[in-house]
Design a protein around this ligand. Structure first.
Ligand SMILES: [Zn+2]
Length: 252
């Protein structure tokens, strides 16, 4: 998971007005959303999602779509370019590469179905691949929270192995994040392993330089590790953790 610094994201000046216009009755939406978010997170009514909640209560706050469908208008699409820059076009959760706007999704950290008041909050958006977003979907833990890319250093909670898998160091939120986002899904693990192998192989070659000349070897290895950890690098956390583990015992 990437550590994200939420800088340089400019919410359009007219954003609030744009959001208001998307609703048939914005005030009713806010009032109902507040009441809905006061429901226990584990209750069936809350888990059923906000759209079902207003529909069941006959509240008209959304503009009905085709066939009377009630749904959040996906205005967040306009944020994609800026949100993508936050993570150098990598998925905020798995650090995989996203090669087109079509392949990247604006993911709601707190799902809009459970936290409707955050549906249009840009601080709640991260760029995500279809794999992570699809796995996460409307899930939210009953206790705790998922690791949040823009809070602290989420990588410090995760331990990547050379086989491409990841585990939680202290359990809790990290464990729940790995499970619900399927961060050990087969295709992702396979890709991550391939990248880790290349990073470790390059490190191994540099270790032979180090054996011959410690000063030159150390400089080359530190450069290699710096490149691996670059925020623009895919699977940077996994690659740099695994390479660092190979390097540290050598010096110890
Ligand atoms: Zn992902």
């Amino acid at each position: 998971m990437k550590a994200v610094k939420r800088q340089g994201v400019e919410v359009p000046a007219a954003w609030a007005a744009t959001v208001e216009r998307a609703f048939a009755d914005y005030q009713a939406f806010v009032a109902e959303a507040k009441a809905f978010e006061a429901l226990p997170i584990g209750s069936a009514e809350r888990r059923g999602g906000f759209c079902a909640y207003v529909k069941a209560r006959g509240i008209v706050c959304f503009r009905a779509g085709r066939g009377g469908k009630i749904a959040f208008k996906p205005l967040w699409g306009v944020s994609k370019e800026q949100i993508a820059r936050l993570t150098s076009q990598l998925c905020a959760y798995c650090e995989g590469e996203i090669n087109s706007p079509r392949a990247g999704q604006v993911e709601h950290y707190k799902p809009k179905s459970l936290f409707p008041l955050l549906a249009y909050d840009w601080e709640n958006y991260f760029l995500s691949c279809a794999g992570c977003n699809g796995a996460k979907s409307d899930k939210w833990p009953e206790q705790g929270a998922y690791l949040r890319p823009d809070v602290g250093d989420p990588a410090a909670e995760l331990e990547f192995a050379e086989d491409g898998t990841v585990k939680a160091i202290r359990g809790g939120d990290a464990e729940c994040t790995i499970e619900d986002l399927e961060l050990n899904r087969r295709w992702l693990v396979r890709l991550r392993r391939r990248h880790i192998e290349a990073a470790v192989e390059a490190l191994t070659e540099l270790l032979s330089v180090y054996a011959a000349d410690a000063t030159v070897g150390t400089a080359l290895i530190e450069n290699h590790l710096r490149r691996l950890a670059s925020p623009e690098t895919v699977y940077a956390t996994a690659k740099s953790q695994c390479a660092r583990r190979r390097w540290n015992p050598t010096r110890g």
